[in-house]
Design a protein around this ligand. Structure first.
Ligand code: BEZ
Length: 210
């Protein structure tokens, strides 16, 4: 199944390091980051799992649940978890789905046969509380992902949902944001009574709403 932005991510069940994993029940009304990785006991993946474990408080603070996935079996995940704790200084603190029969990988299009027909690619899905897909990105196996960028994107999405704003290139927390084009100036005056800067009529920036 090829999922596109705005599609509803379907429910699924699979085994995980935290026991049986029923996606919708587990997600509840939280945001979700689901990330797939190629294999257990591989170096880049080991660093990624450690990085996400270290950032777990940041995901929690934003109301985001995190789950990893690969096609390795759950006993392999459990043994690998010891290595992650030992080498990365952070033990796994989120579930890792063991998609041994590729049921979820095929459902979510996480195997790209021309890259590898046996392992999952390095994909990230950000899913909102309504189970809509809000971001998808896929990295090559040889490049570990930047999870600070995933947090930055979550901040941008949550701001956009709350305040009718968008974020410019390379935006970071606390910097000015953009008033979206669908908000006309009259509506903007009510939403942003402190005013805004307009470099062009369509390019209006305002301090980050709190
Ligand atoms: C890794 O996680 O280190 C890795 C996995 C597949 C290919 C290359 C690197």
């Amino acid at each position: 199944m090829s999922l596109k932005l705005g599609d509803t991510v379907p429910d699924f069940s699979q085994v995980s390091t935290a026991g049986p994993f029923d996606f919708y029940d587990w997600a509840g009304d939280s945001w979700v980051v689901l990330f797939s990785h190629p294999r257990d006991f591989t170096p880049v993946c080991t660093t990624e799992l450690g990085a996400v474990a270290a950032l777990k408080p940041e995901f929690d603070r934003r109301g985001v649940k995190v789950v990893g996935l690969s096609v390795d079996p759950v006993d392999s995940h459990a043994r690998w978890a010891d290595d992650i704790a030992e080498t990365q200084g952070h033990a796994l603190n989120f579930p890792l789905i063991a998609d041994h029969d590729r049921k979820v990988s095929e459902l979510l299009d996480l195997i790209h046969p021309n890259a590898s027909d046996t392992t999952t690619v390095r994909t990230v899905l950000i899913i909102d509380p309504a189970k809509k897909l809000r971001l998808t990105l896929t990295y090559p196996a040889s490049t570990g992902r930047n999870f600070a960028e995933i947090l930055r994107t979550i901040d941008s999405l949550q701001l956009a949902d709350r305040h009718k704003v968008a974020t410019p290139a390379d935006w970071q927390q606390g910097e000015d944001v953009i008033i979206v084009p669908s908000v006309d100036d009259e509506t903007a005056r009510a939403l942003f009574p402190g005013g805004w800067k307009a470099a062009k009529p369509y390019l209006r920036t305002v301090g980050q709403p709190t």
